[in-house]
Design a protein around this ligand. Structure first.
Ligand code: PGA
Length: 219
């Protein structure tokens, strides 16, 4: 059985009590996560302390949705790798199309973010939008996320997603490539059963803890 990554990205949704409720529900499932499935929960930044405490010694890992491209210092509002020390952050999502488009993040900036994550011993989940998206050489986990599929209910076909992930693996140094874009409990297995796809990055369907648990189960 191949190793699978299943990543929940809450984006800018949920206040503290909603994240708490989500964790309360997900707690019923977290101990049932089988060996070989690595589950990552990326809540909004203000909730990471709470989620970090709740995940300690559980079979799921804390992720962050962004990281400062700079070291610690005079960068008002930015959350640096240094700030994250002690929170047991395992993974950072970098290069999401929403950050590229809405926050104008370019390849050079994203590479700096990857460097900062690595300096904090945080594994990067680097999002690419197609075969030609540049990938910093130090990245070990990539997520292929075609823009048309994100939040649209219109996922890529498993065959095309597999073809793109294969291409990425053949042309870069990345041992793991995930698929993201309108993943649901119903379609997740059609992706994870493909030869080259090593997991999924889930937005909308991760906001409901029962649905996300079903995605983890069905993957
Ligand atoms: P979606 O988002 O699951 O809501 O399509 C995926 C993503 O943005 O990573």
């Amino acid at each position: 059985m191949k190793k699978l990554f299943i990543v929940a990205n809450f984006k800018s949704n949920k206040n503290r009590s909603e994240v708490e409720q989500w964790m309360d529900t997900f707690d019923q499932f977290v101990d049932q996560i089988p060996e070989g499935k690595t589950v990552v929960i990326a809540p909004p930044m203000p909730s990471i302390m709470f989620v970090s405490n709740r995940l300690l010694e559980k079979r799921a890992f804390l992720g962050i949705q962004d990281i400062s491209p700079f070291e610690a210092g005079s960068f008002t509002g930015a959350v640096s790798a240094k700030n994250l020390e002690g929170f047991h952050v395992g993974f950072a999502i970098i290069g999401h199309s929403e950050r590229r488009e809405k926050f104008h993040e370019d390849d050079a900036l994203l590479e700096q973010k990857v460097e900062q994550a690595i300096s904090g011993k945080i594994e990067t989940i680097f999002c690419v939008q197609g075969k030609d998206t540049p990938i910093p050489p130090t990245v070990r986990i990539v997520a292929y996320e075609p823009v048309f599929a994100i939040g649209s209910g219109n996922p890529d076909t498993p065959e095309n997603a597999d073809e793109v992930t294969k291409y990425i693996k053949e042309n870069h140094n990345n041992p793991f490539v995930l698929y993201g874009g309108s993943v649901t409990p119903e379609n997740v297995h059609t992706f994870t059963q493909m030869e080259h796809i090593d997991g999924v990055l889930v937005g909308g369907a991760s906001l409901d803890a029962h649905k996300f648990a079903a995605i983890v189960r069905n993957a």
